[in-house]
Design a protein around this ligand. Structure first.
Ligand SMILES: NC(=O)C1=CN([C@@H]2O[C@H](COP(=O)(O)OP(=O)(O)OC[C@H]3O[C@@H](n4cnc5c(N)ncnc54)[C@H](O)[C@@H]3O)[C@@H](O)[C@H]2O)C=CC1
Ligand SMILES: C[N+](C)(C)CCCC(=O)O
Length: 498
């Protein structure tokens, strides 16, 4: 439906909530907030937050679907999930365009995001029929078996950087295990989750299996406190993640937290320089740098500092910024004006603390008049960085790479691990023993060797330390959306002590 839509033209009026198998508009519209198109700064739609009544309706709708869905066999669930994946694949271009309009990232990236979303649903469809328990023999012919059972109604709370993909990463493993979901997108990106809801419905899930409630912190709080919710899977910042965990603790809900990062990328002098440079760009500039697992602390061995920096700056300056819906654009707009100001603030603070801007780091105004109100920042490379600078310690979530020199492996490992975050990490070297040694010693949920930011759906993704716990993607995520029941069967007489 959005195949031909261009930047600066879309206005969305339809209801953006979904439960009971249909779009729903909250009754009370007085707390509506404008949603902006990052590329132009124009109002795109209103986000009307759901209150207590709406949240309760959505959760009850999810519960009734759960009762049906959980009774299907894995194979029956898989068939419906595969159909949903097929529909997404078929409508990929339109969904990607809508995502671009709402998020501001380049169309080339958004297309990949939507592909990853259907791949994730396809992957968990493949796993659904394989879910099984164990049979355990006990003395005297008695035995036990385990059943892998769903949790019930799961809540997904998403960030604004990968709106559609996050909704798929959470719902696909949840559905494979037989759960239902109520998903709350970020209030800044309300548009595409409801498209996923319509696609699931069209594919044949029971009404209420995937519900969307719009809103911010208040709506999120209602979800985390609701007694019928068994689990909360959260993607967002560390401070909000802590609150989600605290609220969920009150009724002992299971929690998965995918939080922020300040990941190290270590580049040794024996690397293949061209690949290391490309890796550093992939580690920093996808989605305008608004990626949780970005390798924003780039440690470069002193001997190759000069050629590395030269090449990184050359390529960074060549990044085409502008209308995110144009094929040739490689960097679009940041999510919002306040966020853009925050990112620019980090850059000026870095300069005050002694960092040197080698390129970028300024508001960028494209020549196309319709883009003048957009939130563009030219990609920035910072040199002369030290470990104690704010730009090196805190997550900027913008297109800002900090370069740090190092001398030895031992030293760089100690510095790389000197952070409360632990989402991802990377190493470039041709020495295979060193690569695996470094991977073993980095305290992070992922280590990329000789690449960065590749996350196929088959591979678990998640954090160490304050970057969170639980995993998304891969077989292991089944553990986070199901529970084991042990059934013990006595074949003899009861040997009673009483
Ligand atoms: N590890 C990961 O997979 C990812 C982590 N992030 C992190 O997310 C942050 C950026 O995203 P934001 O949307 O600004 O994060 P945020 O933490 O402000 O919001 C995330 C979500 O939580 C909701 N929320 C806010 N307050 C809440 C409350 N009290 N109770 C329940 N829900 C609440 C928001 O409405 C939003 O849907 C970055 O810091 C980044 O590190 C972003 C993407 C992926
Ligand atoms: C897709 N990828 C790997 C670049 C980022 C996914 C994590 C996130 O939501 O930020």
């Amino acid at each position: 439906a959005f195949h031909n839509v261009s930047t600066g033209s879309l206005v969305v009026k339809e209801a953006l909530n979904f439960w009971g198998g249909a779009r729903v508009q909250p009754k009370d519209t007085k707390n509506a907030e404008p949603v902006y198109e990052p590329a132009t700064g124009r109002v795109l739609c209103d986000m009307i937050p759901c209150g207590e009544v709406e949240v309760d309706e959505a959760i009850k709708s999810a519960h009734s679907a759960y009762l049906k869905w959980s009774k299907l066999s894995g194979l029956e669930r898989a068939r419906i999930m595969l159909e949903a994946a097929r529909i997404i694949r078929e409508r990929r271009d339109g969904i990607a365009r809508l995502e671009v309009i709402n998020n501001g990232k380049s169309i080339t990236e958004a297309e990949v995001d939507i592909d990853v979303a259907w791949q994730c649903i396809e992957y968990y469809a493949g796993i659904a029929p394989t879910l099984a328990g164990q049979h355990i023999q006990l003395p005297g012919g008695s035995f036990a078996y385990t059943r892998r059972e769903p949790l019930g109604v799961c809540v997904g709370i998403g960030a604004w950087n990968y709106p559609f993909q996050i909704a798929a990463w959470k719902s696909a493993p949840a559905f494979a295990c037989g759960n239902a979901m109520v998903f709350k997108p970020s209030p800044m990106t309300p548009l595409t989750a409801v498209i996923l809801a319509e696609i699931y419905k069209e594919a044949g899930v029971p009404d209420g299996l995937f519900n969307v409630v719009q809103g911010g912190a208040e709506t999120g709080t209602l979800l985390c406190h609701h007694p019928m919710v068994a689990k909360v899977s959260f993607t967002g910042s560390v401070p909000t993640g802590k609150k989600v965990m605290e609220m969920s603790a009150k009724s002992v809900k299971q929690v998965t937290l995918e939080l922020g990062g300040k990941s190290p990328l270590i580049i040794f002098k024996d690397c293949e320089l061209e690949n290391a440079v490309k890796g550093a760009l992939m580690a920093n500039f996808l989605t305008q740098g608004e990626v949780c697992c970005n390798g924003t602390r780039v440690f470069v061995q002193r001997e190759i500092m000069k050629p590395f920096v030269e090449e990184v700056v050359k390529r960074t300056k060549a990044i085409v910024i502008g209308d995110p819906l144009l094929e040739g654009t490689r960097m679009g707009a940041l999510i919002s004006k306040p966020h853009m100001e925050k990112v620019l603030g980090f850059i000026s603070q870095a300069q005050q603390q002694g960092a040197k801007v080698l390129c970028g780091g300024e508001p960028y105004v494209p020549s196309d008049p319709k883009l003048k109100g957009g939130y563009y920042v030219s990609p920035c490379v910072l040199d002369n960085c030290r470990d104690d600078m704010t730009c090196v310690k805190e997550e900027i979530f913008g297109p800002v790479m900090s370069i740090l020199p190092f001398d030895t492996e031992e030293e760089v490992l100690q510095r790389a691990n000197n952070t409360t975050f632990g989402l991802a990490s990377g190493v470039f070297t041709r020495d295979i023993a060193r690569a695996h040694r470094v991977a073993e010693n980095l305290q992070a949920g992922t280590c990329f060797i000789n690449n960065y930011n590749v996350s196929p759906v088959e591979v678990p993704f998640g954090g160490y330390k304050m970057s969170g716990f639980g995993r998304e993607n891969g077989v292991v995520t089944i553990e986070y959306y199901s529970q084991l029941k042990t059934v013990v069967v006595e074949m003899g007489d009861v040997e009673s002590l009483f």
